[in-house]
Design a binder for this molecule. Sequence first.
Ligand code: CA
Length: 710
Amino acid sequence: MSRPAAAVFGLLVLTLLPSLSACNAPGAAPPGLAAAVDERRLVAADAEPGQWMSHGRSYAEQRYSPLDDIDTGNVRELGLAWSFDLQTERGIEATSLVVDGVMYTTSAWSIVHALDAKTGAPLWRYDPQVPRAKAKHTCCDVVNRGVAVWRGQVFLGALDGRLIALDAKTGALNWEVATVDPALPYTITGAPRVVKDKVLIGNGGAEFGVRGFISAYNVDDGTLAWRFYTVPGDPALGFENDAMKRAAQTWNGNWWELGGGGGTVWDSMAYDPQLDLLYFGVGNGTPWNREIRSPGGGDNLFLSSIVAVRPDSGEYVWHYQTTPGESWDYTATQHIILADLDIDGRQRQVLMQAPKNGFFYVLDRATGELLSAENYIDINWATHVDMASGRPVEVPGARYRETPYLTYPSYLGGHNWHSMSYSRDTGLVYIPVLDFPANYGQPEQFRYNPGVANTGADGIAGSLPDAQAERDAMRALIKGRLLAWDPVQQREAWRVEHSGPWNGGVLSTAGKLLFQGTADGRFVAYRTDDGSALWSFPTQTGVVAAPITYSVDGEQYVSINVGWGGAFALVFGEFVQSDSLPNVSRVLTFKLGATGELPPVEWQPSVVFNPPPQQADATTLRRGYALYQDVCMGCHGLNAVSGLLIPDLRGSAYLWDEQGWQEVVRGGKLAARGMAAFGDNLGTDEAEAIRQYVIQQAHRGREVRRAASE
Ligand code: CA
C-alpha cells in the first residue's frame, strides 16, 4: 500500500468503507465460518494481501498481489511445495481462490476441489455430474475457470448451465438453479462473481445459437434477482427494457430465428464499489458473419461490447462497442481491469481491455468515454480507431463478402480469455498475446443447424492448405508472446517471444515479479520491469490457466493450475508444439526453499494410421470435408488433425466399420465419453461422407509421416 499508484484505487475505496472492526455489520460473515468473504473484506482486499478471495483477486481484477516476500532477489530459491492431481485429461483453465488457508479450485467438467492451501491435502470434492454429451455444445473444451466464495458458500457455474451453491466447509449442496434453458446449446465455463449478496453469472454458446445474457441470483436461496439480455429478442414479443428497444434499431432481418443473435457473457466482469457499477464483456454474434445475421448491416448492439449496469437491478448505464457489426468472432469478453491512471496530467478512473480484435482500449469507467485505443499486435482488418466516433476504421475487403480474407487476428483473437495483470509498480499491463491469422470466406450457402456450430463463415476457406509445404510455411505464422504494454502511452514496453501461442494467464506481485505458465510446459518468473526471466520450473504439460499468490502462517506461496487444453489445443492440432506434451492436470504450489519433484510422465499420445482403402469419389470427399469443418472441427481439429486431448479420428477403428460409425456419430453410442449423438444434425449419407473424408485424411497423414521419416 506504500506505492503511489498502488494506493490510489484501494484508498479511494477504503474511505468509503465501514471500519474494519465492524464485524457485525449487515451482510458480514460470522467469524469462524469457512470462506467468510463478504463485501467488507472483498472491497478492502488489499488490506489482506495473503488472501485471494475473488477471481481477479479484487473487484478491480488487477491480478496484482501486494505480497513481496518472494522477490527478484530470492525467486531462484522457489521450489515445489506440493502438487495435487486434478484427475482429468481435459483442459484446465481455473484461477484458484484462497481464503483463510483453504484453496477452492476447479478442473474440467466443472468439478470443485477444496484443498489445504499449505499442504495440498484434499478437504472435499464436489462433482456436479455434468452429462458428458454436453461436450457437443462446447466451442472450446469442457473447461471451467473457477468459483466464487461468499459468506460460507462456494458458487460454481457448471458446464450444463446450472449455478450451484455449496457449503464451503463440507462441499455439500446448498442449492442449485438452472440459469439457462437446458434444451438450448448454452454452456457455462466462466467464474461467477458476487456483488452485494448477488451471484453474477453469464454463459457461452454463441457459436451454436443462443441469446446471451447475464443473471444475478440471491446468494441465500438462488432466486433470480435480475437478468440483462445483451441482444434484442423477437420484437413481436416486446422488449425487456429500453436498452433492448434501442439495441433492436441496430439489427436487420430476423436474427432471432438464427438461434438468438449470440452476445454471450462468458468470462469477464469487474466491479467498482465507489461508482457502484458492474462491468461485463459481451461476445460475438450468432452467426459470426453479419451478412447472414443482420442482412444490410447495423452495429448489432450489444455484441462485442463492454457494458456497465447497476448491480442491484441490472439497469443499463453505458456501453462501448469495440467491434460494431462484428463478423469475425471478435468478442469483448476478454479480461477487464480497473485502475486509476494519470492521463494528460489528470487522474482518470479507467477500465482497460485488450479484446480479441487487436486494440487495447482505455475507457473512462464512470461514463464509458473512449480515452485511447491502439493496436497491441499487427492487424489488417482495421487501420486504427477513430477517436471522434470511437469506431474502428475498417480495411476494404475485411468483411470477406466477395473474396476470402486472411485476417489478423484470427477468431481466437490477439488475446483470448487468458488473464492479464496490471502492476501498480511499473504501471504496465501484461498481456498473453496470440499472433496468427485466420482465413474467412462467405459460404456458398448457409443453413441454420440447431445445436451445432453456426459461424456462417466458410469452413473450407477457414481450413488448412492441403500441401504440406504450405502448412509448414503457415506454422511460422502461428506465434505467441508475453507483451508488456504501457496503457498511458499506449505502446509496447517489452516483449518475450514464446515458441508458440496459447500460453497461460499472468500474475504480477509487489516482489517485482511476473509469473506465467507456457504452452511448452514451463512455469516462469520474469522481472516486471524488463521481462528478463529469473526462474523456471518444468510443468510436464502446457499451461493455460493463471497463477495466484497467497500466504499461510506468514509464508508466501505461488500456485498455478497446469494442464493443456482449450480452443487452440483442440482446433489447431496441426500446430500444437509437440505430440509428447500431453495434458497432465495438476495444481502446482511453490514456496521458497521447497524441493519437491513431480513423478515422471508416461502418457505420450500419438496417432496410429491404419485406414481402409480410399473409395469415395471427389464430390463425396468435398462434401465430407465441408461438413467436417462445420460440425466436427471444433473438437477434433482442423482438417481432422487432433490436438490429441480428444481422439484423432484418423486413427479411429470406426473408419473400418461403416455401421459402427453411424452408431457413434448419429446414434450417440459413445455419448458417455463426450461424443454426443449428431443424428439431428447429420443425415446418414452426410455422416458417411465425413467418414470418407477422414479416411482420406488418414491416408494423407500416413504419407506425410512417411515422407518426414525418410
Ligand atoms: Ca466465440
